[in-house]
Design a protein around this ligand. Sequence first.
Ligand SMILES: [Zn+2]
Length: 280
Amino acid sequence: MVNAYQNALSSPEPSLALTPISSQPAANDAPCCLICAPHPDDESLVGGLAIRMRHQEGWRVVNLAITLGSRKDRKQARWHEAQAACNYLGFELASPLGIQEQAFENITLDAFEAQSPQWLSSVTELATQLQIFKPRMIIVPHALDGHTTHCATYHLLMQALPLAKLTERCHLLLSEYWNTQLSPRLMLALSPTEVGQMMTATAMHIGEVMRNPYHRSLPAWLIDGARRGAERVGLPGQAATGMNMAALYGWLVWDGTLHEGPKALVQLGDAMPNFLSSTF
Ligand SMILES: [Zn+2]
């Protein structure tokens, strides 16, 4: 078995799919799932839930590029890599400044703690984007997701939410990548097809996967998600869920104040829990 894993990891890189997952656009009145992606590639690495909302539930998915990474010479290229991945996934790509190929700068825990003028301006700009997109669901890293820009993106959103004065309930699904989280609440089974789509979209961030082939380790990460989720979202000691690969998310609900969300195990093909239950 170990040899099978080893062989899979060293298999040649397949050519990238050029045709999008679906040519079906979201309906004009489809609810919006907004991804607050700290970096281009995060929308693909944690995108299982967004893929399900877009292609099974018919939602609109907008990938808000919170930053374009720290390397100035790569920013333009990273925007275009994100655009290719979003075209493939059926997501829209948006700038938090409303300016193509531009994003926030210096989204770090130091800037958050200092509440610098640049940070406060980013908070205001993000609140404006929330008013524009009126998301019913936001996917954002959890507060302790390891990388400073991931952690700071969580805090940026939390600071912007009250300013946005959303008039409908919004579900915050907390993704994990650099660190696992203490209290995952949604365990989402992912099919080999969906995991392949996440890998393909990640590989479209060509400059990043040349540095480190993040796409190739995704199945292992999601296999481990199925192991952890059975005990951490399900009850400790309960029977295995039958899921082979799963993505885990924390779950908060914003309706003017913040609440803990429900717990849910969502199998392949299951309808998602009702995200549109009530307004306030
Ligand atoms: Zn990242």
